[in-house]
Design a protein around this ligand. Sequence first.
Ligand SMILES: Cc1ncc(COP(=O)(O)O)c(C=O)c1O
Length: 387
Amino acid sequence: MLSRQLGTKLLAYDTPFYLYDTALLRQTLESVVYESQRYDYKVHYAIKANYDKRLLSIIREYGLGIDCASGNELRTAIEAGFDPKGIVYAGVGKRDKELRYAIECGILAINCESIEELEVVDALAAEAGRKVDVALRINPDIDPKTNHCIDTGQADSKFGISYEEVLENADRIKGLGNLNITGLHLHIGSQIRELHVFENMCNKVNVIVRNLDSLGFGIRFVDVGGGLGINYDMPENEPIPNFASLFSIVHNHLDVGGREVHFEFGRSIVGQCGELITKVLFNKTTATGRRLLIVDASMTELIRPALYGAYHNIENITSEEEATKKYTVVGTACESTDVFDENVGLRISARGDLLTVKSAGAYGMSMASRYNLHDLPGAVYGDEIAK
Ligand SMILES: Cc1ncc(COP(=O)(O)O)c(C=O)c1O
């Protein structure tokens, strides 16, 4: 963990801030590129996980494409130098101006999530005088065995078009003359640690592709989304996620002929390279005896614990005490759910100590808000700090 190595050196920076281990990011990218090339898989980075410009410039060096979820994410990717032909754009509710922009950019595919959206894209393509490449985002109805707040591929989910609806409307979809239906897309959820779930996904995709083939769709690529989980409990034990296992499962179970296979990883690329560094403001004990450690970060810098009950490992990186105590670590926001974790064993912690909230590189800064008019957190990069 970079913050452990740097320790008191980090006291020089204004807290709270995100600390990014750029060397770990590079190692992670080397791993995903090496493992994906063994099967000629294409990898996109899900920019929603973190759109920090420095991180994007490093990710671009490794030749990844981009998966985006809004017009502004698309614009940010293009401004960061990513090739539009390597960008896919998913999202249940794309606004007309966002769709027009995506059409104008000529991206790899707009991943459409309803029949109505396909019709709107067809009409906007006609208006632009272009034929537009789209992928059908199909809801495969798979339980990804993850936190229900971040599953996206079950039948009742708002994401994707139901498979049955695609089959029933096949002729109507194929009749949309301004669209090239080039891809099939799905994304079953995030933070998936039980990798056998991907086996179920492949079996479903095989059936879907066979049926789309028999209905005369000319699908050229299959994009199976992201979702590979990271080790939040003990990040030091697994700083780089197991891309090799996931690719091997997909290789052994996906049967889609010579079609390109794409992935869209967010958390697994940037999750472990980021830590939120925060300073202890106060110690206090509630009337019920709960020992609170009040820190200068809050849900406005990292909302995952408050939003999903997500767990992040926390450590005091500057205390010189040997003994530990249990604390409930809370933030500064005016919300009772603004709790980073309860009953955390930390070295005895005092005002001015620095804590790290680990594995915060994904869905941390990109979900930050200015609630309570907090300033947005800064960023410090490992390769800019003299060791
Ligand atoms: C369509 C789509 N693709 C990819 C991702 C990235 O997922 P992960 O960060 O779990 O890899 C997401 C995350 O929400 C998504 O919605």
